[in-house]
Each structure stands twice: as structure tokens, then as C-alpha cells.
Design a protein around this ligand. Structure first.
Ligand code: PEP
Ligand code: CO
Length: 436
């Protein structure tokens, strides 16, 4: 057995066994065929013909689980996709950090809450974030709860994206009241109005729009970090059509910066499944390490199989990224490159809250696009932590959130997320970067 980093110490082995046994008897959440469609869509990205938008919570929460919050997150992602598609003229592959993003890797095993030293919160699939010792004890019943919440989230996402809500004629109703009254909301409304006009024009020309599926439905995929290996293994099934193994907990799975060791258990697990994969790449990664990951996770060199999600930080991107782009380009590995401008830019504010500056996020994105332009490679996509709510977790943006305001609506279960307005604003900036 290879070493598995970041696994919880479950206090009751018997209870864990029983949860995993239950999970392996439950139906898969996604079909292998859907995962294969995502691989083809990401293959288009790898070849410079599409753009990836992967976004959602840092950590989904058992406590904040409602139809409204799922709908509002989906709305923002659909709005961002419209801005990118219309603004930059490229098809957008939409992947949520949703319906399964319940486990968190942590840098420290303990955290100080007031005077109390507690085991760290590891995501609602493992323990609770409440500030007392018993809440932090890993409970395997949570694995089952995470499965069921993923299942109902996915059910609603499928209903929304296939049942009329994501119809392009609804492009106005995705704009929430508090966004519509802002500058970025009005900018979005202009695009929405232009899309309306274009649809009416086509209709007036006698084009039968009702039979155009792509105008009425959206392909929306799910993804999360494959962290708790017992959970992922229990949901791994053999596809009856091809005989291959797929992790049916989500369409796409990624391995994090803290668990991507080439000889570790997480990489071993991902190498054995056929889903499209992601791997986070931080500023300390060497070209040799990255090439080894490409060989291990995509030995057949299938476009769309492997997305490298780089998270270098605004300061580090200009130096750290180019050698990796060049090495991968020269090796002819068909990689989908995505920029995670969030995780390299986190810091603790004076008030003690984890936050990120909108300007740092933007600056890392600029560095990512610049580096690709120089290397002659395609800046394939972005990986964003956001919510549809009006939270105050990241600093700056059009609303210009200041440090003193962070406490007002700070509700994240883990890392700070962009709010709805900051997310739309960011989509416009990314569209500009793509156009230039
Ligand atoms: C995350 O995506 O929430 C995360 C923990 O990222 P990373 O592995 O890049 O630190
Ligand atoms: Co995070």
C-alpha cells in the first residue's frame, strides 16, 4: 500500500467499514459515458478550441444546503459562461466544484480557537466545524450524508440545466436583484439584451429555434478533490460498456497540492480510473515533477484526460509558470492548462479572517495569460472559488470590500469566496484577457 496523506484518523474502524460497505452498494452518482463526454469537451480545451470554467465552493456545507443556494451558484456560473462565450467567442466547458466537494486537506492538524486547541476542520464529509472538541471527531456516518447531499444537489443541477432554467431565453432571470443594480450587473444586462435581439433576429429569419437543443439546455459537469480515498474507492465502479473503472462520485476528480506525490496513494488511485483528472500545481513544482505527473496520469496522451490547475500566487506566476509550460509543450503532452488564482493568494487579515484580494486574483490571471502567450500555449481555463450570495470574504472588486467589512457576511466553511458581483466582474476581465 502506498502512503495516503491527509486521511482522517477515524476513531471507530468498524463504523468506517460499515459506512464504506453501504457506499459501495449505493447507486453511482454519474455515468461513465458522461465522464467520457467531459474528457472530449476538455480535449477541445487542450487543443485551444474551448475554455474551461470550473467554479464553486471551497467546501460545500451540510449546514448551508438549500435549493436556493444551489440555484444561485449555478446562476453565477451560467452568467460567467455567457460573458465568456459572448465576450471572447469561445465555447465554455462548465464544471462545478459542486455535488461532492466536502473534504479539505489541511496544512496543520490542530488549530487554535480562542484558547482552545482543536483538531482542524476537514470538511463536512469528515467532521464538523463547530468550535468544540467532540465536533471535530471524524464520524464515518458523514460519508453517507455527503453521498446523499451530493445526490440531491446533482439531481437539482440536472433539473435546472436540462429542464428549462438554463434556456438561453432565460438569460435575464439569472441576474439576481442585488447584482442587476450594480455596475457589473448592468454590463451583464447589455450582453443579455444583445443575445435576446440575436435570438429574435434568427426567429424572424425563419430559423426554427425550438429544435436547437444547445439553446435550451446546458451541459454541466461536477468535480471535487479526490481526498478521502475510502469514499472514492467505494464509489468506483466498472463500466459495463468498456470494462474500465470510473469513480462515479463525480465526472472529474482532482488531486490537491498536498497529495500529488508521484508515489503516493492519491496519484495511484487517479491513475487507475478513466475519468478526466485534474492535478493542482503549486509554485514549488519542478518541470521534472510535472512531466512525471503527465506520464503517470496520462500515459496514452489523450487530450482532455489531464488538466493541470496551476496556483502560483500573483507574485510567483511570472517565474514559476514558464518553465513548466515549456517543458510540457516540448514533451508533446496534451495538457489542459487552468489557472486557480485563489489558493496562492490567501492571507490572514488584521481581523484574523482568511481573505484574498481581487487585485491579486486578477494579477495572477494576467501572469497566467502572459506566460501562455510567450510559450505559444493555450490558456485553457480558470478554477474559481465563488458563491452566488452577497458575501464579504474577498477584498476589493467593484464593491470595493475593505478589511473592516469582512466580518459583515463571512459565511464560508473554509476558504474565502468571490461573491456574485465580484465573480461577474472577474468574468468580464477574463473575457478581455482572452480577446487580447
Ligand atoms: C482547494 O482547491 O480548495 C485546495 C485546497 O487547493 P490546493 O490543493 O491547490 O491548495
Ligand atoms: Co479552497
Amino acid at each position: 500500500m502506498r502512503p495516503a496523506a491527509q486521511q482522517p484518523t477515524w476513531p471507530d474502524e468498524g463504523a468506517l467499514e460499515s459506512s464504506l460497505k453501504q457506499l459501495s452498494a449505493l447507486p453511482p452518482l454519474v455515468f461513465a459515458g458522461e465522464a467520457r463526454s467531459l474528457t472530449s469537451a476538455l480535449g477541445e480545451v487542450a487543443q485551444g478550441r474551448a475554455f474551461l470554467l470550473q467554479a464553486g465552493d471551497c467546501a460545500e456545507s451540510f449546514a448551508e444546503f438549500s435549493a436556493d443556494s444551489i440555484r444561485d451558484k449555478l446562476k453565477i456560473i451560467l452568467q460567467m459562461a455567457v460573458v465568456l462565450t459572448y465576450g471572447a467567442g469561445v465555447p465554455v466547458v462548465k464544471v462545478g466544484r459542486m455535488a461532492g466537494q466536502f473534504a479539505k486537506p489541511r496544512t496543520a492538524a490542530k488549530e487554535l480557537v480562542g484558547d482552545l486547541e482543536l483538531d482542524t476542520f476537514r470538511g463536512h464529509m469528515v467532521n464538523d466545524d463547530a468550535p468544540y472538541a467532540e465536533a471535530r471527531v471524524p464520524d464515518p456516518a458523514r460519508l453517507i450524508a455527503a453521498y446523499h447531499q451530493s445526490s440531491s444537489t446533482l439531481n437539482l443541477l440536472r433539473a435546472f440545466t436540462k429542464g428549462g432554467f438554463a434556456d438561453l431565453s432565460q438569460v435575464h432571470i439569472w441576474n439576481q436583484q442585488f447584482v442587476a443594480s450594480s455596475e457589473e450587473g448592468r454590463r451583464y444586462e447589455q450582453i443579455a439584451a444583445e443575445i435576446d435581439r440575436a435570438l429574435r433576429f434568427m426567429e424572424a429569419c425563419g430559423i426554427e429555434l425550438s429544435s436547437e437543443h444547445s439553446l435550451h439546455q446546458v451541459d454541466f459537469f461536477t468535480s471535487h478533490e479526490a481526498l478521502i480515498l475510502g469514499y472514492e474507492e467505494a464509489l468506483t465502479r466498472r463500466d459495463s460498456l468498456t470494462g474500465d473503472f470510473y469513480d462515479c462520485s463525480a465526472h472529474m476528480l482532482w488531486v490537491g497540492e498536498r497529495t500529488r506525490q508521484i508515489d503516493g496513494a492519491h496519484v495511484e488511485f487517479l491513475a487507475g480510473i478513466e475519468n478526466p483528472l485534474g492535478c493542482k500545481i503549486g509554485p514549488t513544482a519542478t518541470p521534472e515533477e510535472v512531466l512525471a505527473i503527465c506520464e503517470r496520469l496520462n500515459p496514452e496522451r489523450v487530450p482532455g484526460r489531464l488538466t493541470l490547475i496551476v496556483r502560483m500566487g500573483a507574485e510567483g506566476v511570472a517565474d514559476a509558470l514558464p518553465p513548466l509550460l515549456e517543458a510540457v509543450r516540448d514533451s508533446d503532452h496534451p495538457v489542459t492548462w487552468a489557472c486557480d488564482p485563489m489558493h496562492g493568494n490567501t492571507f490572514v487579515s488584521n481581523g484574523g479572517r482568511k481573505t484574498r484580494r481581487f487585485d491579486d486574483i486578477l494579477s495572477e490571471l494576467r501572469g497566467f495569460f502572459d506566460a501562455h502567450e510567450r510559450a505559444g500555449t493555450w490558456p485553457g481555463g480558470v478554477h474559481i472559488e465563488l458563491t452566488g450570495d452577497d458575501v464579504t470574504e474577498c477584498l476589493g472588486g467593484f464593491g470595493d470590500i475593505a478589511e473592516g467589512q469582512l466580518h459583515e457576511r463571512y459565511t464560508t466553511a473554509c476558504d474565502p469566496r468571490l461573491n456574485a458581483r465580484q465573480s461577474i466582474d472577474l468574468a468580464f476581465r477574463i473575457a478581455e484577457l482572452l480577446r487580447s
